[in-house]
Design a protein around this ligand. Structure first.
Ligand code: DUC
Ligand code: ZN
Ligand code: ZN
Length: 469
């Protein structure tokens, strides 16, 4: 019997700490050898002139999430995980939304049913806590933590989702006791409501007024408040989808003071601006997401946050809606005011190529930072044991990249369920060409070879309180 099921030979391996030329020997879905001139395998795949990276981990995606009456997300688990695989990802972490009045267990059982047998790659859930009742705080969250649901998200805005400060403190306290990590959507609910009503009264309802209804101070204030509340409880937090300098600097200051505050940014805050929401007619709706895309100076601030380690993760915040669709961006109510345009954009397949091309190829970040920001840190922070790196004993989750392949992002070549990409036409150098999950090809030389039965659900270990930087 050969020593290995599969050898990936002659590639350049890159991890969060170094790059080197070596072969990878895989048996029973795990990496069992890394060395020169390995031999003895059922199959040898030649990766000459290719990079071999850990499969990407996208720890912030929304799939099949209820999004309001008549609105339907563009991706289910099958299409989202297929698109993720073509984008070089081997694990995604979607949200499981608790609806008001619903138990967390009931919400989870709905999401597991949607995902079961429909995932091309591995997945694990964060909970969204929208109704922190006594039983949620006292019983469900601690029990679910013990079952491997070790992170949850809370919102400071949105009707039906926003927690007030008392509720936030209660959730943070439970997280502290359990050792869970809380992700925070930091925008000031009342300020958005106030500004939205004012804009609507003035007849300013076109898509780009979405940005005016939640300007930078709205995000800065909530970020500062979230950090202060977490400091009161002494609990780690992750501020998700940071869009601008003021929020980034608030996180940096908290870190300098020794607080366990982590940050995340996303492709839309590097590549889009508010001008995109000003496109003619209703087209601006394609770019409506929250927080909204800002300006070029904010893009620069987000790059600095990535370069300087203020942000430890780079996620897609994939939240896809179709454009030409009454159940999506052009819902009848959405045409009447920006307030009703479903918030979110697709990005699960383009996250890694964008950061590779704009970051590594253009010299803004190193290849090691790229791997850390897109895979390794996600695994460490969220407790995905045996994922996110290339090392003996780790799952053989590998993305093979052609670092010289240059072609633009085109909707027609993507695999998600949305009918557009907000990143249309961006020229990319460096694309993943093959993706292996636990030793089996899901995508091979640009073709889907895996099945939707291949992805597994991953319970998680205790999250990390902070990355030592
Ligand atoms: N927050 C998210 O995290 N994703 C999409 C929309 C939102 O407000
Ligand atoms: Zn959010
Ligand atoms: Zn999100």
């Amino acid at each position: 019997m050969p020593a290995f099921d599969l050898i990936i030979a002659n590639g350049t391996i890159a991890t969060a700490s170094e790059s080197y030329a070596a072969d990878i020997g895989i048996r029973d879905g795990r990496i069992v050898a890394i060395g020169e001139a390995l031999n003895g395998a059922d199959e040898v795949v030649d990766a000459t002139n290719k990079l071999v990276l850990p499969g990407g981990i996208d720890s912030h995606v929304h799939i099949s999430q209820p999004s309001g009456p008549g609105i339907v997300m563009a991706d289910d688990f099958e299409s989202a995980t297929r698109a993720a695989a073509f984008g070089g990802n081997s694990t995604v972490m979607p949200y499981c939304l608790q609806q008001k009045g619903q138990s967390l267990r009931a919400a989870l059982s709905d999401y597991h049913a949607l995902a079961q047998g429909e995932c091309h790659i591995d997945h694990s859930f964060h909970l969204i806590v929208s109704d922190p009742t006594e039983s949620v705080l006292g019983q469900e969250l601690p029990a679910l933590f013990a079952d491997g649901y070790t992170s949850f998200k809370v919102f400071m805005t949105y009707e039906g989702l926003a927690l007030d400060d008392y509720e936030m403190l209660s959730v943070l306290e439970v997280a502290r006791e359990a050792g869970a990590l809380v992700q925070i959507h930091a925008e000031n609910y009342d300020a958005i409501r106030f500004l939205t009503e004012k804009l609507e009264r003035a007849g300013r309802v076109a898509p780009h007024f979405h940005g005016r209804s939640r300007p930078i101070p709205v995000e800065r204030e909530a970020t500062h408040r979230a950090i202060s509340l977490a400091e009161l409880i002494d609990v780690p937090i992750m501020i998700v989808h940071v869009s601008n300098r003021e929020a980034m600097e608030a996180i940096r200051r908290a870190q300098a003071r020794g607080l366990k505050v982590m940050g995340e940014t996303c492709p839309q805050y590097l590549m889009l601006t508010e001008a995109d929401m000003e496109r003619t007619g209703t087209e601006g709706a394609k770019y409506v997401c929250s927080p909204p895309p800002r300006d070029v100076a904010s893009q620069q601030a987000c790059w600095e946050g990535l370069q300087q380690g203020v942000f430890s993760v780079f996620s897609s915040d994939h939240c896809p809606f179709r454009y030409e669709d009454e159940a999506g961006k052009l819902a009848p109510k959405g045409r009447s005011s920006f307030r009703w345009i479903p918030n979110g954009i697709p990005g699960i397949e383009t996250r890694l190529p964008i950061l590779f091309s704009e970051g590594v190829v253009k010299g803004r970040i190193s290849l090691q930072q790229f791997v850390a920001l897109t895979a390794t840190n996600h695994a460490r922070i969220y407790g995905l044991t045996g994922k996110g790196s290339i090392a003996i004993g780790y799952d053989a989750d590998l993305a093979i990249w052609d670092p010289n392949l240059t072609r633009p992002i085109r909707q027609g070549e993507l695999h998600h369920g949305a009918d557009y990409t907000p990143f249309e036409g961006i020229e990319i150098t460096g694309w993943p060409t093959s993706l292996i999950v636990r030793g089996s090809f899901v995508v091979r030389d640009g073709k889907l070879t895996g099945s939707k039965m291949q992805g597994r659900y991953l319970p998680r270990a205790k999250p990390l309180a902070s990355l030592s930087r």
